[in-house]
Design a binder for this molecule. Sequence first.
Ligand SMILES: [Fe+2]
Ligand SMILES: [Zn+2]
Length: 501
Amino acid sequence: MNPVLRRAVTATATSAASVTATTGQGFFRGSQRLSSTLSGTSNSRLAATSTASPSESSPPKKGFASLSQPSQPTGPSAGQVDVRLVSRLTRPVSPTRAQKHRPLAQSVPESAVLSERNSVLTLDFGGKASSFDSVWLRDHCRCPVCFHTETKQRLVDTFEIPLDIQISSATLSQNGKSIEITFQNDNHKSVFDLDWLRSNSYNPRVATKSEDVGRTFKLWGSEITKSIPVVDFDKVMAGDEGLAEWLNLIDKFGIAFVQGVPPTPEATEALGCRISFIRETHYGKFWDFTANNAHADTAYTGLALQSHTDTTYFTDPIGLQLFHITEFTGVGGKSVYVDGFNAAAELKRTYPEYYKLLTEVPVPTHSAGDPKVVIAPSPRAYPILNIDPLTKQLYQVRWNNDDRSVLNSKTLKRLGSDEPVSVKDFYAALKAWVSILRDPKYETWIQLEPGLAVIVDNWRVLHGRSAFTGHRRVCGSYHGYDDYRSRVRDLCYGRLGRLDI
Ligand SMILES: [Fe+2]
Ligand SMILES: [Zn+2]
């Protein structure tokens, strides 16, 4: 241990109790630059002064808090001291004054503390402390030199930042809403909004409940037909307000209908392009077809289609499917929709083990009907129910029994494990899943007609149809999931709102 470090540890060990007592008595706020002197006596208080005691072995660096050395250290040994409070960043005020100021803002830190080596900054957000590493703070500077205000891209050269970069000073603003930090190696000044620091805190995370709210899904079953989510074509085409209304419905329900659509491919394509450019696939860009077997896929026949999601065989399945029947003279061909998130929730309630299996067993899929097309995802297989590894929430349903590939030892195991899965258990889980998908409580049947377009979130809502005979002309488009979510953030969430950039 270097001499400076040892001295700090011993001083802190001696005065640890008084530091704690002082911390408990009042709180510190203000704009005063901190350079505090910590006395080694038992009843010492932290005081914001401009005095700095020189170090024996090396002079104190500019702006650093320094320590007076106790003559006889009596506290725990250096090895036992984990957190050492060296400097207060704000000046002490009386408890009475503190209480008067307390309602200013919940997020205003009551105290800010630098670690011994000034490479960790601890902030107290209304009684909840959280620490920020200096390298993190320097890397996350949002000044125009370090972060491009237009492109929203990092400009700072992260790899030039020393891992233990020193903070030489930290100053709370008068209104308590921001903190200015000066770094020692390059004398760079960064100003951080305290709300921003709180919502991005990580050691530990300190956030309000409202900040923890993620997407809100309105799960639905057959009852959705009583009040289907629908918007007017003219409104969507007229401006962003109507488009936002449509996107909000898709975001919430995973399905939204559009009424009053001119029954033409041109109008339908224009509608889809309100959200994003079209995702082209081996089926083409904007599709407009009849049951003419144009592609080697059951969608291009008059056969019934069980509820499924599209393109399970893509690494990145398509995000939205816009669908519009522009001509129909025949019998049958009713459309069915199932909220996959609702069905999965029911599977979890009724057969938790099967639910778990379907979240853990990867299922290989393919599309190889068309000449020269042999599509399969990379990695080779994904579970039917995909769980976000960060949030632990279901984020994607991939289910089309028609597109399943061979089950063999390559995939018949749980992800992250070589333990083989019982084939019978797997089929039992599939049966339980499909019994829910086919339960009339979860199915919504609707006869689509020219003028009524529908869009589904293909990562959530399954679609199918009954068999039909006669003439049925259908058009529509696919849109990428990321492009769809981008549009939702931009128009419904207040641009960058809810996205930590
Ligand atoms: Fe489909
Ligand atoms: Zn900067």
